[in-house]
Ligand binder design. Structure first.
Ligand SMILES: Cc1ncc(C[n+]2csc(CCOP(=O)(O)OP(=O)(O)O)c2C)c(N)n1
Ligand SMILES: [Mg+2]
Length: 561
């Protein structure tokens, strides 16, 4: 009742002149930054703001868990290389963001997370759903801040976007208290000045003297390689990377999140010779990726102790982090590679290292038939690699493939190639189970015309399985294939809490209005995939796989990791 009276008072107050609520200012500020979709669960004090966003023409994707909202926004940023917004109610709605935000932080995805909060006027008094949301988010974001006056909303929204995008990208958290959202202000008093949708990310060039040193090192290299990370995808530098690699015939290895910068049937993507390439390289050009555990910290035994490292990164704190490097170039990876290409022309001889490249190529050729044979097994229960082969042969070349789980993640990484930059998403360097389905849905929202396939473990599927309902309600026809090995990881030894049983997730899908398929024989996988895709609905293909199959990377690899 009190709420209704307040609402009427605000409405009549607004009619008097150009009066506007904080909620409406927020919606307009987001629109000005080019936001056209948002992922959320409704709830106070955000309800009016969310309605205002719809009124501004933004597409509302209401989900079933706030964690999934962040993950959908995350995939959207990756696919379209632009920021995306998610929103939550105060208190538990916002704290449910946490895993999604932490994952986006480790993955450097510029997700703009907006949480409603209890009123400033009651702060510290035990208000409804009051908790230190800004403090909770601070260590897992690039910026966590609060707006205290509706007139400042566009200005603070701009600050949030700038922190998300400039330098190394990452998530930000913006806290909007209820009294700021409900505040009625004169539109003329709102700080619109800095808010422009055309604000460009700075793309700094590298120091020319460091670039010369890098070229000099490459000139002396007998066995150079490039390691390319997701920084190259975010900087939209796949063209520059490809041009540089091709000009000087340097093999390219990507991180799992950075796949597709070169189509993985390109002659310089020698996937199966990854370990050998790392081990034997004498100069490593690291582009837009951290020297973290994913690449063995750039140290022995993965790399030779005397190999030289050139690192290009937009973030000064990443340069030389983990290990010392020989040349550190601070700058936008696309801009720097452009500079290096210019200086390198005429200086670098692509024929150098030809013999070594050939031996890497031979390694690839030698390993392929063996890997193909392992993937072709007719065993029952179905081997996860057979499932990977069926998916590999079924999906479009441009498909977005999301993989989540442990055994199935490892098998998938080794066996299914990617041909488009950014079209491969997975549990990521943070190792987050549950990203699969929400990533798939975020990808489908971003690119509705592209086939999206999620390859899920049965355990990881369960974490955000209710997002199937989101898929049905929002008509997002993503095909989720479950490698159902009856539990978490392989049953290769006793593990407490491993067993989940062979649940009929396909029946659950049907109950939610999606398409369901249940598969136990290898020859039935392909027809089930075809029916699932042809249904035009979100679909679950529940494939019973061998619980004993354990992906030992070295032993099973089609390409070594
Ligand atoms: C959110 C989260 N919870 C728990 C873990 C620990 N964990 C890592 S892999 C894994 C098992 C995944 O099982 P499943 O999705 O069924 O795939 P499978 O390995 O069986 O193919 C678990 C529980 C994690 N990484 N993330
Ligand atoms: Mg499993």
């Amino acid at each position: 009742m009190a709420g209704t009276i307040r609402h009427r008072a605000r409405t009549s107050e607004k009619r008097r002149s150009h009066m506007i609520t904080g909620s409406e200012v927020l919606a307009k500020a987001l629109r000005r930054r080019g936001i056209d979709v948002f992922f959320f669960i409704m709830g106070g004090p955000m309800i009016e703001a969310e309605g205002a966003c719809v009124a501004e023409g933004m597409r509302p994707i209401d989900v079933r868990h706030e964690q999934a909202a962040v993950m959908m926004a995350h995939a959207y940023t990756r696919l379209l290389r632009k920021p995306a917004v998610c929103m939550a109610a105060s208190g538990p709605g916002t704290t449910n963001f946490v895993t999604g935000i932490a994952n986006a932080y480790v993955d450097c995805a510029p997700v703009i997370c907006i949480g409603g909060s209890s009123p400033v006027i009651q702060s510290g008094q035990g208000a409804f759903q009051e908790i230190d949301q800004v403090g909770i988010m601070r260590p897992i974001t690039r910026w966590s801040g609060r707006v205290y006056d509706a007139r400042r909303i566009p200005d603070v929204v701009d600050a949030a976007f700038n922190h998300a995008l400039n330098g190394k990208p990452g998530p930000v958290y913006l806290d909007v208290p209820s009294d700021v959202l409900h505040q009625v202000v004169n539109e003329d008093d709102v700080w619109w000045d800095r808010s422009s949708p055309s604000i460009a990310r700075p793309r700094p060039h590298g120091d020319p003297s460091e670039i010369k040193r890098a070229i000099a090192l490459l000139q002396r290299a007998e066995r150079p390689i490039i390691i390319s990370g997701s920084g190259v995808i975010w900087a939209a530098a796949d063209r520059e990377l490809r041009a540089f690699a091709e000009e000087f015939a340097i093999p390219v290895f990507t991180t799992p999140q950075g796949r597709g910068v070169l189509p993985e049937d390109h002659e310089l993507t020698l996937l199966e010779a990854r370990s050998m390439g790392f081990r034997e390289a004498d100069v490593v050009l690291v582009c837009g990726t951290r020297l973290n555990y994913v690449v063995g910290f750039g140290r022995p035994p993965r790399f030779a102790s005397d190999c030289h490292v050139i690192q290009i990164d937009i973030d000064p704190w990443e340069l030389g982090e983990g290990r010392q490097v020989d040349v550190a170039i601070l700058g936008d990876v696309g801009a720097v590679l452009g500079q290096m290409l210019e200086i390198g022309r005429g200086e670098l001889d692509p024929l150098r290292g030809d013999d070594w490249r050939k031996s890497l190529g031979e390694r690839v050729k030698a390993k392929r038939p063996e890997a193909e044979a392992r993937m072709s097994t007719d065993q029952v229960p179905i081997h996860p690699l057979r499932l990977c082969k069926e998916i590999r042969d079924f999906i479009d070349r441009e498909a977005v493939l999301v993989v989540d789980g442990q055994e199935i993640l490892n098998y998938g990484r080794q066996s299914i190639p990617t041909f488009v930059a950014g079209h491969r998403l997975n549990s990521g360097p943070f190792g987050t189970m549950g990203v699969g389905l929400p990533f798939g849905l975020g990808a489908k929202v971003a690119k509705p015309g592209t086939q999206v396939i999620v390859l899920h473990g049965d355990g990881s599927f369960g974490l955000n399985a209710m997002e199937l309902d989101t898929a049905v309600r929002h008509d997002l026809p993503v095909v989720t294939v479950i490698s159902n090995n009856g539990g978490w990881t392989a049953a290769n030894k006793y593990k407490a809490g491993r067993e989940l049983g062979f649940t009929r997730y396909d029946q659950m899908a049907v109950a939610l209005g999606a398409h369901g398929e249940h598969v136990e024989q290898p020859e039935d996988i392909r027809p089930a995939l075809m029916r699932a895709a042809a249904s035009g609905k979100p679909a679950v293909v529940n494939v019973v796989t061998d619980p004993a199959a354990r992906a030992v990377t070295a032993a099973f690899s089609a390409y070594e990791t």
